[in-house]
Write a protein that binds this ligand. Structure first.
Ligand SMILES: Nc1ncnc2c1ncn2[C@@H]1O[C@H](COP(=O)(O)OP(=O)(O)OP(=O)(O)O)[C@@H](O)[C@H]1O
Length: 307
């Protein structure tokens, strides 16, 4: 279990992590989701004692990382796979890690096998592909057979096969009763991998819920409408309290009004609808709704598109 209480990190007058409290449970994959710069890496670095909190605390298995007598056998982390840039072979990299922590050699063979590195274990890490580097990072995290695993953006830059491997492996680790905490800025990835999601934006927790609950609570789903009089209908519906968006000429995405309300309003105004489709709410919608005010950089769709 990982427990953060009032965890805060300031860099000068910039607040990277702002008074966050959460618990990550064993036996599940918990996704840590947020846009770039939201504070995910800073939080993870504080969990494993690499960054010192400005205030608050975080514990793993009930203790602060610095107090752990045997850190590698308690928590394993993959924070920056590219950080391993060595002329040593994968086997020797893992062997020296094991040796420096009193972990038997046998464990090196086990993690090599578990992470599918057998074929490249004798090769120098320098020449590794990103996918192989990621497997090596995960093997290193597993070396002490810890119950708690922290992976920062484990699928970033991986090909589809690599993504699938990380996803399946994370689920396997959780099925063994381990605590698996993995970050991503990809909601689609988290939806496929995690049971539970903690969403962070601008250093604050925006949601902490099972994936299913987050989707269900995403608010009114959108309705897609196609008409030749899109801008006229958009103005009409906006006056009735709808939120109207458009990223394609003649097509509107309407929230806060249901299909019947929209059809009624269009009929009353003599506007012919060419399409009227309720859209199901996805985790992506839920995530966008939650982080709407939290993204540092955004693109906006000009209203003119609706015309
Ligand atoms: N060492 C540092 N010095 C100053 N500011 C920092 C430092 N590390 C992080 N920050 C700032 O803190 C904020 C949170 O960064 P962090 O890397 O934790 O976010 P993130 O959610 O992991 O984003 P990304 O997905 O882009 O890695 C950002 O605004 C970042 O610029």
């Amino acid at each position: 279990m990982i427990e953060a209480r009032g965890l805060t990190k300031r860099y000068g007058d910039r607040i990277a992590v702002d008074d966050v409290s959460f618990t990550v449970q064993p036996g599940t994959v918990t996704g840590f989701l947020g846009p770039n710069g939201a504070g995910k890496s800073t939080t993870m670095r504080m969990i494993v004692g690499l960054t010192r909190p400005t205030a608050g605390s975080v514990t793993v298995a009930g203790q602060r990382y610095a107090e752990l007598r045997s850190p590698l056998t308690t928590v394993g982390a993959l924070l920056d796979a590219k950080a391993v840039h060595t002329g040593r072979t994968a086997y020797h990299h893992l062997l020296s890690l094991a040796a420096s922590h009193g972990i038997p050699k046998q464990r090196v063979h086990e993690v090599i096998e578990q992470t599918g590195l057998d074929a490249v274990a004798g090769k120098r890490v320098k020449g590794f592909s990103l996918g192989m580097g990621q497997r090596l990072g995960i093997a290193a995290a597993l070396i002490g057979d810890p119950q708690i695993l922290i992976f920062d953006e484990p699928v970033n830059g991986l090909d589809p096969e690599g993504v699938r491997w990380v996803r399946t492996f994370a689920r396997f680790l959780a099925s063994q009763g381990r605590t698996v905490f993995l970050s991503s800025h990809l909601m689609s990835e988290v939806a496929l991998t995690a049971d539970h999601v903690i969403v962070i934006g601008r250093g604050r927790i925006l949601a902490d819920a099972p994936v299913a609950e987050l989707v269900a609570g995403a608010g009114s789903p959108a309705v897609r409408v196609r008409t030749e009089r899109a801008s006229e209908l958009a103005e009409l519906l906006a006056r009735s309290g709808a939120t109207v968006a458009s990223d394609e000429p003649g097509v509107l995405e309407i929230r806060e009004l249901d299909v019947a309300d929209i059809a009624g309003a269009a009929a009353a105004a003599g506007i012919v609808l060419l399409e009227l489709t309720p859209l199901t709410t996805s985790l992506e919608d839920a995530y966008m709704a939650l982080t709407d005010d939290s993204v540092e950089y955004r693109t906006s769709v000009p209203v003119e598109v609706a015309r």
